[in-house]
Each structure stands twice: as structure tokens, then as C-alpha cells.
Design a protein. Structure first.
Length: 164
């Protein structure tokens, strides 16, 4: 098993998977926003930004900077888990903060002004739409990013081993 993880940590398959997953997640978010008229809240937009950063890490990994990409991806996954947790906590009534109508990006990176169709906050937090199977989007994101975070942690650790 450790040889498999070492090979995966040094190969390009993981990065291609993350890139394609990111594209699928962004397309799904836009479908829910524009096709099903489910406007995004600030935490949803934060997740979109995190997925974009995950895709950037994947591109860095595909270009050959594996360890840097693993470390960047691990940080991004941790942030995505935290944002998903906040989204789920607000949805379930465990938390009553963290949500306003301002994206909170720095002045030098106004994503909501540059790309309003993708990054503009449209509603306050409170619920996420149900996905097929009756799982809320917040639940699915929490599960997905927890799993990706665990795999990322393992692959980051194994990236420091030499290939067999």
C-alpha cells in the first residue's frame, strides 16, 4: 500500500483527477445557480474560490512541482473543510455567524467585481439545496472535502519518500 501511495504522490494522475473534479464542481455550482435558480451565499463563493485554488495546485502538480503542489493542496483542503463546516453549521443551526453579503477578498483581488457571474454573493447563508439522494450540498461538500483532505494528507506525506 505504501508503494502505491508513493507512486501516486509522485505521479500525475492525482493532479489530473483534482483538476477534472474541480471543473465538475464549478460546473455543478453554476448549474445550480443559473439552471436551478439557487443563488450562492458568501460561504458558497468561498468554496468556489477554494476549488479554484485546488485546480491551481493541480496545475502546479501537473507542471512537475509535486511537493509544492501537495503542500498548497493540503492547505486548500484544510480551508475547504473549514468553509464547508461553517456552511453545514449554519444550515443545521449550530452556528449563527460567518455570513454576510460581502465576499471579503482584498482590494487588489476583487473577484466579485471582475467575475460577478461566478463570484458575486447573491443571498444570505441559511440552507443549501438538496442534491440527488436527499443530501444537502453542505453535507456533500463536508464529506467530499474531508475525504480529499485525508487523501491529500497521505499523499503529501508520501511525496517525501523516494519512488521505488
Amino acid at each position: 500500500m505504501s508503494d502505491l501511495l508513493t507512486r501516486w504522490s509522485h505521479g500525475r494522475g492525482w493532479w489530473l483527477f483534482l483538476l477534472l473534479l474541480g471543473l465538475g464542481l464549478e460546473a455543478t455550482a453554476l448549474y445550480y445557480q443559473y439552471g436551478l435558480d439557487e443563488p450562492p451565499c458568501v460561504l458558497c463563493i468561498h468554496v468556489r474560490i477554494g476549488v479554484l485554488l485546488m485546480m491551481l495546485a493541480a496545475l502546479i502538480g501537473l507542471l512537475g512541482a509535486g511537493r509544492l503542489a501537495h503542500l498548497l493542496n493540503l492547505l486548500v483542503q484544510a480551508w475547504l473543510i473549514e468553509r464547508s463546516w461553517q456552511l453545514l453549521a449554519i444550515e443545521r443551526g449550530w452556528s449563527f455567524g460567518e455570513c454576510d453579503m460581502l465576499l471579503g477578498t482584498p482590494d487588489w483581488l476583487p473577484l466579485d467585481r471582475w467575475f460577478p457571474l461566478i463570484f458575486e454573493v447573491k443571498t444570505a447563508c441559511g440552507y443549501t439545496p438538496l442534491l440527488p439522494g436527499g443530501v444537502s450540498m453542505a453535507e456533500a461538500l463536508m464529506g467530499l472535502f474531508s475525504l480529499l483532505g485525508l487523501v491529500s494528507l497521505l499523499l503529501t506525506a508520501f511525496s517525501f519518500r523516494q519512488r521505488a
